[in-house]
Design a protein around this ligand. Structure first.
Ligand SMILES: *Cc1c(COP(=O)(O)O)cnc(C)c1O
Length: 354
């Protein structure tokens, strides 16, 4: 399928790097493609960025049949442009699509669409330390009717947002609230899919934890509230003694690409790293024995997010004096170095746009 390109005649002014933040500014163009039952995906196009028209009965507004992805493009010192494991994101789109009864996309074509769009808006890739161009592909049902059924028509869109450094003054550890009342997802539900509903389900607990002075929520399993799941937009890792562990994928955890990259980097560099079922009690016990050396979250937005404090049932666990640990720093430096092209890409993570 060809991508029809219509360039804007009114380029926007780019914000200064200091004002970027996350997901606040959008580039000059966007990718759009439609799906119609009986025809398949059609009319792939890149057009000027702008609002889309929606009927008030558009089913996604009512029933949330929608999925999304998040990845980044980086400018390297030699002027080329890197994507980080984009085929994994497109594979995951189809896993999410399947769960939400959305038709499959052509993964190769979707990566080509990302490359084409990034090339057109490449002047928007910021160059400051820690900055990148965030890429947001998403798909939603567009049938206009209120009956509950899978839509027969869809839109696949990709928008781009220049984003600033997640941490202005180096890696700052976050405080995390271990949630033992609300749950995010259960096995059999949609926890493994990247879909809006999981985020909507998480907002309330997030709000309550923020009132208590915590910036994120660590979710426990939805049945026993005993086993550790993830942080909602990040997966979670613990360094206990000389071993790094993360909860095994179980149907309710999102299979993060950063999570997988961390496991691969650790295993390729002689660290003991594994996936297993981990109870919150084990973590509290390791803490009391002085073995809980590091805790960190992993996700595309922050890459590595060190955790300085966990609070579970009123017990405050301060990790590594609230400072970033050695392994967390090593992982951040290694993965961001590969992304920005300043370290050798031994694990073949990078796909070049140009
Ligand atoms: C996107 C996401 C993550 C992180 O995944 P990455 O591929 O590493 O960005 C973790 N948990 C949830 C629920 C997510 O939606």
């Amino acid at each position: 399928m060809d991508i029809k390109i219509t360039k804007t005649t009114a380029k926007k002014e780019k914000p200064p790097v200091s004002a970027l933040g996350f997901g606040k500014h959008f580039t000059d163009h966007m990718f759009v493609m439609d799906y119609t039952e009986g025809i398949g995906w059609h009319d792939a196009r890149i057009i000027p960025y702008g609002p889309i028209e929606m009927d008030p009965s558009c089913m996604t507004l009512h029933y949330g049949q929608t999925i999304f992805e998040g990845l980044k493009a980086y400018k390297t010192p030699d002027g080329s442009i890197n994507l980080f494991r984009p085929y994994n994101n497109m594979k995951r789109i189809n896993i999410s699509n399947d769960r939400l009864c959305i038709p499959q996309i052509d993964e190769e074509f979707a990566v080509e669409a990302i490359k084409e769009l990034v090339m057109i808006d490449q002047d928007w890739i910021p160059e400051g330390e820690g900055t990148s161009l965030y890429i947001r592909p998403f798909i939603f049902g567009t049938d206009n009717m209120l009956g509950v059924h899978p839509s027969k028509t869809y839109k696949f869109m990709i928008i781009l947002s220049p984003v600033g450094s997640y941490y202005k003054d180096g890696l700052a550890p976050v405080k995390i609230w271990v949630e033992d009342d609300y749950v995010r997802a259960v096995k059999g539900g949609m926890g493994f899919a990247k879909t809006a509903g999981n985020y909507a389900a998480s907002l309330k607990a997030q709000e309550v934890s923020e009132e208590k002075g915590y910036s994120q929520v660590l979710w426990l399993d939805g049945v026993e509230r005993k086993y550790i799941e993830e942080v909602g937009a990040m997966n979670i890792f613990f360094k206990i003694g000389d071993e790094v562990v993360t909860p095994a994928l179980n149907g309710s955890i999102l299979a993060g690409i950063t999570r997988d990259s961390v496991l691969k980097v650790l295993q390729a560099n002689g660290y003991k790293a594994s996936e297993k079922r981990i109870s919150i009690d084990e973590i509290c016990e390791a803490y009391r024995e002085g073995k809980l050396e590091e805790v960190f979250g992993t996700g595309t937005a922050a890459v590595i997010s060190p955790v300085g404090e966990l609070c579970y049932k009123g017990e405050k666990m301060v990790i590594n004096n609230g400072e970033i640990g050695k392994v967390s720093q090593y992982l951040y430096d290694t993965i961001t170095g590969i992304q920005k092209g300043t370290l050798e890409d031994k694990l073949d993570f990078v796909v070049k746009v140009k």
